[in-house]
Design a protein around this ligand. Structure first.
Ligand code: SF4
Length: 237
């Protein structure tokens, strides 16, 4: 099993200015909040408000949100709730960066659930997901070798998944596919928890990936990132 870092170690590497956390008890560092279409996973195609938190302890080679590694603005949870209500989408996705690198992501997610939104949380799978409100759908990445960050996978997150949660692999090559296929065959996930296979944009032939999945009768779901087909890598879309 790959070596794991503790959540605390991850948070220390997140790029967030921790010295200001005590005075920012009810705030998070926010990169952007906007309304668009959800491009992937279970609510693909739905109108969705995206809350992108700042900072990530990982550096996947294919990352398309590196602009969220640094910067952002301290924003109160009240202000985020108010803006989310104004944007008026039923679905809300808390993403990053790695949203769970900020401790106040946990109360933010709970408050969004309390407010009645359909909440999903996109996480890299390197931080303990147990504190995350189970009313939210936790979309947990398993990092493949091609990402450059496979050693950061926190495998015990798999043990606490519910049917409401989701697993995601981003596949960069045939070698990545074979690695992921083996992981899928060894994993036990709750019935109803989908396992998504996404091609890394521009790194693997999408049709070939689809055909490998069919050939192997693999119990996963293939997906293309809808938002990239519509808007490319444009921030805020
Ligand atoms: S975990 Fe996500 S945000 Fe962080 S480097 Fe990897 S792809 Fe980028």
């Amino acid at each position: 099993m790959p070596e794991l870092l503790t959540p605390t170690a991850h948070r220390q590497e997140s790029g967030i200015d921790r010295s200001r956390w005590p005075e920012r008890v009810n705030a998070v560092r926010l990169t952007e909040i906007f309304c668009s279409l959800q491009g992937e996973a279970r609510s693909a195609g739905a109108v969705c408000t995206f809350i992108r938190l700042t900072g990530c302890p990982l550096r996947c080679q294919y990352c398309d949100t590196a602009y969220a590694f640094h910067g952002g603005e301290w924003t109160s949870l009240d202000a985020i709730l108010a803006r989310t209500r104004e944007l008026a989408a039923t679905h809300v996705c808390v993403t990053g960066g790695e949203p769970l690198a900020q401790p106040n992501a946990i109360p933010l997610i709970a408050r969004l659930c309390d407010a009645g939104f359909e909440v999903s949380v996109e996480t890299a799978g390197a931080i303990d997901i147990r504190p995350v409100d189970v009313r939210a759908s936790r979309v947990v990445d398993i990092k493949t070798p091609g990402s450059g960050e496979a050693a950061r996978n926190r495998w015990d997150n798999i043990d606490v998944l519910t049917p409401h949660d989701q697993l995601k692999f981003v596949i960069c090559s045939r070698a990545d596919y074979e690695w992921a296929r083996q992981v899928v065959r060894e994993l036990t996930v709750p019935s109803g928890c989908p396992i998504w296979f996404s091609p890394s944009h521009g790194q693997v032939d999408v049709r070939a990936l689809a055909e490998w999945i069919v050939e192997d009768r693999l119990p996963v779901r293939f997906q293309l990132q809808l938002h990239k087909q519509l808007w490319g890598n444009e921030p805020g879309r």
